[in-house]
Structure formats: structure tokens, C-alpha cells
Design a protein around this ligand. Sequence first.
Ligand SMILES: [Zn+2]
Length: 226
Amino acid sequence: MKQSNVTGHRGDIHDGLFNSHTGFLIDLACDAGRYEVVHPYERLDPARITEAPLSCPSCKAANSTDPTAPPHRGRLALEHAKAVLACADQRGYPPPLDDEGLRLAFLALGLEDPPAERLYPLIREHLTDMLTDRALTVPEGIPSVLVHYTRYTGGTLQAPIGVGDRLMHDGIASGNWHVVKVDAVEDTADGVVVTVSEKDWPHPRKWTGPDITRWFLKLDRAPSNA
Ligand SMILES: [Zn+2]
């Protein structure tokens, strides 16, 4: 998540919360909503991004240390995102990030006061940031092999492969999009070799580094408790 001050239609300066990879304005720290700054079906006018200090009273209050002020929507969303991720880690697989997945996650968490659906895009962005950080981190000492990784809310990066990662075969040519798990990444005399296994298929398969890069996409890093 990225933050920039933005000028609203009425001239107020708000605390704007952005997708860090696509630059999409997700929401504001106050209750006003993104349409206070961007018209429906239009892109944010870059001229609205400003260095000027906040003037919206609610955004100012949300950024103050006043304990009675309404919460900063970005920070509130971060707390919810952390809870969802911790719950998913306990189960051993990443959280579904669509609206229904988030709704079910909050149901499972048994929150007395689950977040309103309007907060979901910010929660989703925090979760995407956390899952991206995780996907980009593999244990030290593993030979480097990079594959494409697509963030859920947009943006493609090159991510290293580690043991336990889930990769998907790029089936754009074959129609075959099977998922594999990485069992080993090893330096050999012939270069890096990656061993992967498939559910319901007893024979692990070895791929060279360049072939893995060419044919596979990274879905996610192994769960943190693995
Ligand atoms: Zn505001």
C-alpha cells in the first residue's frame, strides 16, 4: 500500500491509499470514499496528487494521536488483514482474496464487529502486499531461479523459488495448468535443477532452471509455519 495526499473535488486535501504496484487509488483514510477524488469510470488525474498538507478534518483526525478520533481506514484494514493471514497460516494455505473469501474469513474469525464490505479492497491490498513479500522471500543459500509471480491486485514480478513453494505450469500453449510443489532446488554440474512433485502422481520430476523459468509461474510461498 502506498500513501499520497490527494485533492478532492471540493478542494479538500485527503490521505489517499493506493495500490503500490498499479497506482490505483483504492480509498481514503476518512469515510469520504474514492469518488470524492476520482469520478466513476475515470482514472485518477495525476494532478490531484499533492505535496500539500491534509486539510480534510477526518483525514487529519485519523492521522492524529487523538484516541477518540475515528480510526485510519488503512491501519484498520491492516489489522484485519493480519488476522486473516494468521488464521490462514494455521490452516496451512493462503487466504482466498475475493469478497466471498474475505467474508468467510471474518465469519471463521468470529469477530464481534466484522469489517464492512467497503473495507475489503484495503484489506485485500494489505493481504496482497504481505503475500507478495512472502513470495519474494526464500531461505538463504538456495540457488537463485526466478519465475513470474502475479500479485492478486495487479502487478507482475520475478520471484525466487524455494522448497515448499507451489508453482503452476503455464498452460497457455497446452491448456494444462497443473500445480506442483517444489521438493528441492539444487546446484549441479549442469546448472540448477529443480525437483517438483504433483499431487496424486508418485514420481517427482526434475527441471532445469531455465525450463522452470520458462514453463512455470509462482502461486505462493510455502505457508510460514511450514
Ligand atoms: Zn478525508
